[in-house]
Design a protein around this ligand. Structure first.
Ligand code: MN3
Length: 202
């Protein structure tokens, strides 16, 4: 069974008035994300040891294996983008009550949380991702990873929310202004309801 590009959970122009244009989605989902799916299917087709595995299994088995770097990069990027689209919403930016209470408990305030989550993305040198996770100790934590790395392999916790800081995520709409792209994400399009659902399921 080949992996497939999942559809966006909203139309490609749904965030156009909220700082993420249809053109960004056409490239980011339609070309970048799609290319990772095509590449991974090519590797799986040629290597019987990769066949019949879930995406998560492929990520775990290829992590830190020098002979499987390309498998890891493409599989990781598929999962990371799947989670990124779910972290976006045309009705985003509003933090629901149960998540807000947990944020205040673990970060002190919503402002402190947003600043920490923003700084994770601002300070990620080069390409990567900024994450809100629920740590194994049950605390909310923000963290960052380089390139295709996911908390699934770092053991930092269960993913509640993620945003992409690869340049392809923001260059069409924000050019080089990564901090503005991040603030726009946090205040207008971050799907905090999805994050709360993941928290309550944990
Ligand atoms: Mn991306």
């Amino acid at each position: 069974m080949a992996f497939e590009l999942p559809p966006l959970p909203f139309s490609s122009n749904a965030l156009a008035d909220l700082g993420m244009s249809q053109e960004t989605f056409e490239y980011h989902h339609g070309k970048h994300h799609n290319a990772y799916v095509t590449a991974l299917n090519g590797f799986v087709e040629k290597d019987a040891s990769l066949q019949g595995k879930s995406l998560e299994e492929l990520i775990k088995l290829s992590y830190n294996d020098a002979s499987k770097v390309a498998v890891f990069n493409n599989a990781g990027q598929i999962l990371n983008h799947n989670q990124f689209w779910l972290s976006l919403s045309p009705k985003g930016g509003k933090i629901p009550g149960k998540l807000e209470a947990k944020i205040k408990e673990d970060f002190g305030s919503v402002e402190a949380f947003k600043e920490a989550f923003k700084q994770a993305g601002v300070t990620q040198f080069g390409s990567g991702w900024a994450w809100l996770v629920l740590s194994p100790e049950g605390k909310l934590k923000v963290t960052k990873t380089a390139n295709a790395v996911t908390p699934l392999v770092t053991g930092e916790g269960k993913v509640l929310m993620v945003y992409d800081v690869w340049e392809h995520a923001y260059y069409i709409d924000f050019r080089n202004r990564r901090p503005d792209y991040i603030s726009n994400f946090l205040d207008k399009i971050a799907h905090y309801e999805w994050a709360e659902e993941q928290l309550l399921k944990a």
